[in-house]
Design a protein around this ligand. Structure first.
Ligand SMILES: [Zn+2]
Length: 135
C-alpha cells in the first residue's frame, strides 16, 4: 500500500505540487482576510465604546478632567489591532506573490523592486520582505 502511494506521488509530482500550493494559499488567504475583518469590527466597537465613555464622562462631569489612562489603554487596544492587520496584509501580499510565481498568472511581467532591495513578484502590492506598500 505504501508503495502504491509512493509511486502515485512520484508520477503526479509536479502537477499536484502546483495545485496544492494554490489551494493552500487560497485557504490561508481567506483565513487571514476573515481575521482582518474581525479585527476591523473590534476596532469599530472599541471606537464606539471609547466615544460613548467620553460622552458620558463629559456629560456628567463638564468641568472634570478626562480620565486619560483609561483612554490611553483604549488607544493601545486599537493600535495593537491595526498592527496585526498590517502584518496580515503583508503576509497576504507575500502569499499572492508566491502564488503568482507558482501559477505564472502575474498581472504584469515586471518584477517590483522595493526600496529595501527585495525583488517582488510582478503584481505584488506589498513587499514580501519588509511589508512596505509597493507602487
Ligand atoms: Zn521591502
Amino acid at each position: 500500500m505504501a508503495d502504491f502511494f509512493g509511486k502515485m506521488k512520484d508520477t503526479l509530482n509536479k502537477g499536484v505540487a502546483t495545485v496544492s500550493t494554490g489551494s493552500k494559499t487560497m485557504i490561508e488567504k481567506s483565513k487571514m482576510n476573515s481575521c482582518i475583518k474581525t479585527l476591523e469590527d473590534e476596532i469599530k466597537q472599541l471606537s464606539e465604546i471609547m466615544g460613548m465613555k467620553l460622552y458620558n464622562y463629559c456629560a456628567s462631569n463638564p468641568d472634570g478632567d478626562i480620565p486619560r489612562a483609561e483612554f490611553v489603554s483604549f488607544c493601545a487596544e486599537i493600535s495593537g489591532r491595526n498592527e496585526q492587520i498590517k502584518q496580515y496584509r503583508a503576509k497576504i501580499a507575500e502569499l499572492e506573490a508566491e502564488m503568482n510565481q507558482v501559477t505564472g498568472t502575474a498581472a504584469s511581467n515586471v518584477p517590483v523592486t522595493c526600496t529595501c532591495g527585495q525583488v517582488n513578484s510582478p503584481g505584488a502590492k506589498f513587499c514580501a520582505k519588509c511589508g512596505k506598500q509597493l507602487f
